[in-house]
Ligand binder design. Structure first.
Ligand SMILES: Cc1cc2nc3c(=O)[nH]c(=O)nc-3n(C[C@H](O)[C@H](O)[C@H](O)COP(=O)(O)OP(=O)(O)OC[C@H]3O[C@@H](n4cnc5c(N)ncnc54)[C@H](O)[C@@H]3O)c2cc1C
Length: 635
């Protein structure tokens, strides 16, 4: 089986020098950052080389789109695993958003199929889940939509039995997925071992031919590429400090850490952060640019509707009231049950029900086609999705199929205007999100798009309480996804386990990959949890990051985060946890957050109230001893 590996040159956001930050303009001087191969693409390389190693006739083609200097990443790929390399480069691509990028890359993939693979359809398109600069995870699913193929997202490993099988993080657990037909697009998480450069390959790579293709040579239509083909535009960049809910105070030793922690804990719960700030907006008789309802996609989960979707219904209600329009919620499922009534009780005026047996399985292509059909038929002014793993897989395909702009992973939504020169947009959705690995915040608007679309990070808005007396309308929308269009089959699901005990704990001490073994995890964290519980008179328990769970340090039922548990303890202590967005979404509403990490730049400190930089093997026992000593002294 052949592989076309998509790679991207990105700025090295893991190491941003102090002076790369233009404090006046609030922007990063990108030219000061080193350019590297997107880290997740290294996992795509490993995956592709495992797949092609099983077939002596298989070919590997590395494909990137970018300026002429992006050829460096192709040389880097060839230095790690043999293959052919294509650079898609043209000034016509400049300013492309994800929709225009996906379209251009899909055109190039068609040419690779014709010219390198002699028209064979026996191939995988392989990519990292997302790039660290844009961080949208939108381009791969939008390529799949353009090519009319299936995507398997969040893949951790390939398996070979009689057929290829893929293990991936699914909406309700770890899934084993089997392709029914090829080509197939596969996006990788950071779970494989990256391939290293070999001396022998690196020498050959320096002189290997790199094919340069222009927009015209891949048949890309000019109005669908670059800025002309884009539907979203960044209009404000600012420092994340402006948006940060917490200011981390650093302790210098374990005694000081305990003292800060205890003082803050005993001061009682702090006021809830103003995450729901809607701003005020008055149309003042002007004609808004967009018309129609504000829609929310209602993602199903075991309990009915995912909390992220319910919170969005509440947010949409408040924004819709500012604009004087209705709120719609859309469900795509085999059996909606009592969900429409719940959505109405939370604030929806109308619930659009797309019902079909084929919509029982979480297969993005059939859901996307059905939802995009409803968007085209009813033309809401906006459609919001929770930025859950499923929402981030589905929304890009819906947006592409409905020809709409999409902003990923927003942390703030407001209604506002945009007036510059001849451009005047009234009552639009201002969509704010972190970019460049969280180094900058960007406010984005949708333009030249019939509907504004965004995914919104779970946990940033509060879930509205239900009012069973609210009245709304249920609209049945006919859909007809075809069984033979479904290109993958989910053959097994290992459901995510739940430990109610950590949900109820007032103190959670959580460990990450910084703890090197199950023994170390238990030997260091259990005594600390016990000592803090005794000292503060509260019930304490242990949590873990996904990586600690993957490494066998803790059971899956203790995982905190987007695919684990969302918890709101009085005190959360993060030990050796980096603060990845998927982890943070499970603990960001803890009342008091303490972080211990040896890396002073670790993202977890942005979400912590109190921190200490240093080796956990030294700090944790010292903190435990200090807590125990104080506990005894306090009796
Ligand atoms: C779809 C999807 C869903 C996901 N869901 C979740 C989820 O629910 N929960 C979750 O947690 N993750 C989730 N992840 C994974 C997430 O992206 C991160 O990979 C993960 O959270 C990282 O775990 P970590 O912080 O323990 O490990 P790392 O990122 O490896 O960080 C380890 C940290 O330990 C520090 N450290 C190392 N040694 C020491 C030492 N001796 N002393 C002090 N500090 C030390 C390092 O500086 C580093 O900051 C998901 C990913 C995907 C793609």
């Amino acid at each position: 089986m052949h592989c076309i590996v998509l790679v991207k040159q990105v700025p090295d956001v893991s190491n941003v020098p102090e002076d790369a930050w233009d404090t006046e303009k609030g922007t990063l001087r990108r030219g000061m950052l080193e350019s590297v191969l997107n880290p997740l693409d290294l996992h795509a390389l490993t995956f592709a080389s495992t797949v092609t190693a099983a077939d002596p006739d298989a070919r590997t083609v590395y494909l990137t789109m970018g300026p002429p200097q992006a050829r460096d990443v192709l040389v880097d790929c060839l230095a790690r695993a043999p293959g052919e390399a294509v650079l898609l480069t043209d000034r016509a691509f400049a300013g492309a958003d994800t929709i225009a990028t996906a379209y251009s890359l899909a055109c190039a993939i068609r040419r690779v199929e014709r010219e390198f693979l002699a028209g064979s359809r026996e191939y995988l398109v392989v990519a990292g889940m997302q790039s660290v600069d844009g961080d949208t995870a939108q381009v791969p699913p939008q390529i799949a939509e353009e090519l009319g193929i299936e995507q398997v997202a969040y893949v951790s490993s390939p398996g070979f039995g009689a057929d290829l099988e893929l293990r991936r993080i699914g909406p309700s657990g770890t899934e084993t997925v089997r392709p029914r037909r090829l080509p197939l697009l596969v996006t990788l998480t950071a779970c494989t071992r990256p391939l290293y450069r070999s001396f022998h390959l690196a020498r050959r790579a320096r002189t290997a031919p790199i094919h340069e293709w222009s927009a015209a040579s891949v048949g890309a239509e000019p109005e669908r590429t670059g800025l002309r083909g884009s539907r979203t535009q960044v209009y404000r960049l600012f420092s994340p400090a402006e948006d940060q809910a917490r200011r981390c105070v650093m302790a210098h030793d374990a005694e000081e850490l305990l003292s800060l922690l205890e003082t803050a804990y005993r001061a009682g719960p702090r006021a809830a952060p103003d995450a729901d700030a809607d701003g005020s907006y008055d149309l003042a008789g002007r004609t808004p640019t967009y018309r129609g309802e504000l829609w929310v996609y209602a993602e199903r989960d075991a309990g009915g509707v995912h909390g992220a979707s319910l919170a969005l219904v509440g947010k949409a209600r408040r924004l819709a009231d500012q604009l004087g329009v209705g709120v719609g919620a859309v469900i795509a499922d085999a059996e909606p049950g009592g969900v429409p009534q719940d959505l109405i009780a939370r604030g929806a005026d109308r619930v659009y029900v797309l019902q079909h047996p084929l919509l029982a399985d979480p297969i993005a292509s059939s859901h996307a086609r059905s939802i995009a059909g409803a968007v085209r038929a009813f033309r809401p002014q906006a459609l919001l999705f929770g930025a859950t793993p499923w929402g981030r897989e589905l929304a890009p395909r819906v947006a592409y199929a409905a020809d709409c702009g999409l902003t990923a992973d927003c942390t703030r939504l407001q209604v506002g205007d945009y007036v510059k020169g001849a451009v005047s947009l009234v009552g639009i959705l201002q969509q704010t999100r972190p970019a460049l690995g969280g180094n900058v915040m960007a406010t984005i608007m949708t333009r030249a798009s019939p509907t504004q679309m965004a995914t919104v990070r779970p946990g940033v808005f509060t879930i509205p309480s239900a009012d069973p007396a609210r009245i709304g309308e249920v609209v049945r929308v006919p859909v007809s996804p075809a069984a033979d269009e479904v290109g993958i089959e989910i053959v097994a699901v290992e459901p995510t386990a739940v430990a109610p005990s950590i949900r109820d704990a007032e103190i959670v001490v959580s460990g990450g990959r910084g703890l090197r073994s199950r023994e170390e995890f238990q030997a260091l964290l259990e005594p600390l949890a016990h000592a803090l519980g005794a000292r503060l008179g509260a019930r304490a328990d242990l949590g873990a990051s996904r990586m600690a769970v993957e490494d066998g340090c803790a059971g899956r039922e203790r995982q905190v985060g987007q695919t684990g548990q969302t918890i709101t303890p009085r005190l959360y202590v993060a030990v050796g946890i980096s603060g990845a967005v998927q982890h943070v979404s499970g603990m960001q509403h803890a009342d008091l957050v303490v972080a211990i990490n040896r890396d002073p730049r670790a993202r977890i400190f942005r979400y912590a109230d109190i921190g200490m930089v240093g080796d956990l093997a030294r700090i944790v026992p010292a903190l435990t001893a200090a807590t125990e000593a104080h506990a005894h002294a306090g009796r």
